[in-house]
Design a protein around this ligand. Structure first.
Ligand SMILES: *Cc1c(COP(=O)(O)O)cnc(C)c1O
Length: 394
């Protein structure tokens, strides 16, 4: 196989042709500023409104509750900082989890420096929070609970409706980072009692650099980006028209084919997991079954480093990612894998393969063919493996 096998859809996806097609006119003939007063501007305003409607429909929200942002990180920052600043007189306590995306974790750490108190909930060995611990953590000064819908590394899908109900009952706002869940999970913000929800276009075949924040009507939140009166006075800056249009089209497409898409991914995922677990001293990270994202595979290979697996896979044309925060240029093991109880060396030997629309059974077979010899070769070079074998002989 001398083509590329892309299995890193949780990092980002390509843009679907139908999505790109809808975006294209807004780079050329339909370029008007939606804030201006002429026909080509009315076109762009209408296009943004249509995109907002499409997002609202999927979330069971009102269009007026959807605000465009410059991606998932901005939506997370806005939700958390916006609520923190607007509710400072009520309290300074925020509850989140140890396995959030850095867009949430680093925002919370920054707020700590400003005098906010943050509780980072533990998770169990599959990555689930304990909802009793959440209940116990809520106190008079708690203003926000932020728990991700689904984890980007190990695929754990949290009991979001239960969390929403707890927060509503305790009168605490609930934000969820749903960046990984959009496009594969049915999300109903009313039924699930979600107050704020973040999403990003490039995780479900839309464009990069555009996302949205759902803000339930009536919620007090400070602005993050100050300037002009765009997004009903809540998020300044000339709209990313093409981006919004692409996001709207991508979310609509994703939910038209949801069941079929998930069924296909689950079959590929489970085939890949079963095949990988045949390699000795290999463990699945994250849960099994329907509490795991349909496209997520994350396995730990003992005695070796994720980075060297990635290099060898790259040589075979396979794009994947590892259990280290290599994106930040550091080799710190993933905070998610440490939080589910893996020791440093096991967290380092982890590999994430995230599946998407273009993956085929042949590609899964290909990975299952090339990976076992890679693992064996790397183990044969590993001092940890050598030690392990020596101990076994005693
Ligand atoms: C990708 C991702 C983000 C960040 O989104 P960007 O659009 O890259 O800013 C946030 N949270 C989760 C869970 C993600 O997977």
């Amino acid at each position: 196989m001398n083509k590329t096998v892309y299995m890193d859809y949780s990092a980002t996806t390509y843009v679907k042709p139908e999505v790109l097609e809808e975006m294209m006119p807004f780079f050329t003939e339909s370029f008007g500023n939606p804030s201006s007063f002429y026909a080509i501007s009315r076109d762009t305003k209408r296009a943004v409104d249509k995109a907002r409607d499409r997002i609202a429909k999927v979330l069971n929200a009102d269009s007026a509750e959807v605000y465009f942002t410059g991606g998932g990180s901005e939506a997370d920052n806005w939700a958390i900082k916006g609520v923190a600043f607007a509710h400072r007189n009520k309290g300074n306590h925020i509850i989140t989890t140890k396995i959030e995306h850095h867009a949430v974790l680093h925002t919370c750490e920054w707020l700590e420096k400003l005098g906010y108190e943050i509780t980072y909930l533990d998770v169990n060995e599959e990555g689930f929070i304990n909802t009793d611990e959440l209940k116990d953590a809520i106190k008079d000064t708690t203003i926000l609970v932020s728990v991700m819908f689904a984890n980007n590394e190990i695929g754990t899908i949290q009991p979001i409706k239960e969390i929403g109900e707890i927060c509503r009952e305790k009168k605490v706002l609930f934000h969820t980072d749903a960046v990984q869940a959009i496009g594969n999970q049915v999300i109903d913000v009313k039924d699930m009692k979600i107050d704020l929800l973040s999403l990003a276009g490039h995780k479900f075949y839309g464009p990069k650099g555009v996302g949205a924040l759902y803000i339930r009507k009536g919620i007090k939140i400070e602005n993050l980006i100050h300037g002009g009166g765009q997004e009903r006075g809540r998020r300044a800056g000339t709209e990313n028209i093409a981006g919004a249009v692409g996001l709207g089209k991508a979310i609509e497409l994703a939910y038209e084919n949801l069941e079929e898409h998930n069924k296909k991914l689950v079959a590929l995922r489970d085939k890949l997991i079963d095949g990988l677990l045949k390699i000795p001293y290999t463990k699945l990270n994250g849960p099994k079954g329907d509490k795991r994202l349909p496209g997520n595979v994350n396995v730990g290979f003992e005695f070796i480093e994720g980075e060297s697996i990635l290099l060898s896979l790259d040589f075979e044309g396979v794009c994947a990612s590892s259990g280290s925060a290599c994106t930040s240029g550091s080799l710190d093991p993933s905070h998610v894998l440490l939080s589910i109880g893996l020791p440093h060396e096991k967290a380092h030997g982890s590999l994430r393969l995230s599946l998407g629309d273009n993956n085929t059974e042949e590609e899964v077979d290909y990975v299952l063919e090339v990976l076992p010899p890679i693992i064996e070769r790397l183990r044969n070079m590993s001092p940890l493996w050598e030690d392990f074998l020596k101990k076994g002989e005693k």
